[in-house]
Design a protein around this ligand. Structure first.
Ligand SMILES: [Zn+2]
Length: 120
């Protein structure tokens, strides 16, 4: 991949990472606010489902943060944009749509097909 494209994707990934980290600290503040309101059982039930929801979002965020970190490491190592599975170049269009993609579209489709057959 060309240098200016790498710089472009690094900027996008870094910005996404910053945004997610800001979201993450806000989520923790929300969780602490919930705790303080726990008074009657109805409230507590609502708080619990709110907390579950928040934690679910939070774990999705942390998975995405890890993916972004992997992609940034790939940029440093010069392996960004190369399919981890088959070693071919991932198309730029795919990387634009999904900068954290680590598999080319063919490998991704294969994996999804395998997952469906296995019943995951
Ligand atoms: Zn591939």
């Amino acid at each position: 991949m060309q240098e200016d494209q790498l710089l472009y994707f690094r900027e996008i990934l870094t910005r996404q990472l910053d945004e997610l980290r800001q979201e993450g600290s806000r989520t923790i503040i929300d969780l602490m606010a919930y705790e303080n309101y726990a008074t009657d059982p109805v409230d507590i039930a609502q708080i619990d489902s709110g907390r579950e929801y928040t934690l679910r979002i939070r774990s999705r965020e942390s998975r995405l943060i890890n993916k972004i970190k992997e992609s940034l490491a790939d940029i440093e190592n010069g392996t960004y944009g190369i399919c981890t599975m088959c070693g071919r170049q991932i198309s730029i269009a795919r990387l634009h749509a999904r900068p954290v993609a680590r598999y080319c579209i063919a490998c991704k489709r294969n994996m999804e097909a395998t997952e469906r057959v296995a019943g995951w």
